[in-house]
Design a protein around this ligand. Structure first.
Ligand code: THU
Length: 164
């Protein structure tokens, strides 16, 4: 029998003041964009802002629906935009934040399982890691080096035999 261990490290910052200028601007933008979320059912507005390798910034928000499963998370909304407007352009950094309309927004959230799968595939597709800045509207911030760190043993195109 063999045993393998999965480990990853991430950084914990006290607040936005500890980020460098570019990261702070990206996070500020994501925080502002929470207003564009359409989340009348959960009242949990999620927003993200991506800095692409080509210098462009793309934003995304969650968009819900009265038929609940139809709703899409902010991260996958963003990936659809990046994939369409800037096809195959690497994402250097993705800031993810939320504004809980009925509660506190002072601790980081991290992407749901479905979004981890989607982010990981975008990394594979571009061959570049996506650095994640995770936060709320205030308080602690986590920095994760790559989305794949959040999805050990991920299912991928390799498993389908389609990794050319
Ligand atoms: N949501 C996101 O947009 N991203 C996440 O990473 C977690 C959850 C959305 C889905 C739903 O619209 C609302 O947050 C509450 O789950």
């Amino acid at each position: 029998m063999k045993e393998r261990k999965f480990q990853f490290s991430y950084k914990i910052l006290k607040d936005i003041g500890e980020l460098n200028e570019n990261d702070a601007a990206l996070l500020q933008q994501a925080r502002k964009v929470t207003k564009k979320a359409y989340a009348p059912y959960s009242r949990f507005n999620v927003a993200c802002a991506a800095k692409l390798e080509n210098g462009r910034t793309v934003i995304g928000t969650n968009q819900e629906n009265a038929s609940y499963p139809v709703g899409i998370c902010a991260e996958r909304a963003l990936l659809a935009t990046v994939g369409t407007q800037y096809t195959d352009e690497p994402i250097e950094t993705l800031a993810i934040t939320y504004h809980a309309l009925d509660g506190e927004s002072n601790h980081p959230i991290s992407p749901c399982g479905m979004c981890r799968q989607a982010l990981t595939e975008y990394e594979r597709r571009t061959g570049k890691p996506i650095r994640l800045i995770l936060s709320g509207m205030e308080g602690d911030i986590y920095i994760v080096n790559s989305a794949k760190d959040l999805l050990p043993l991920a299912f991928s195109n390799e498993d389908l035999g389609k990794d050319d």
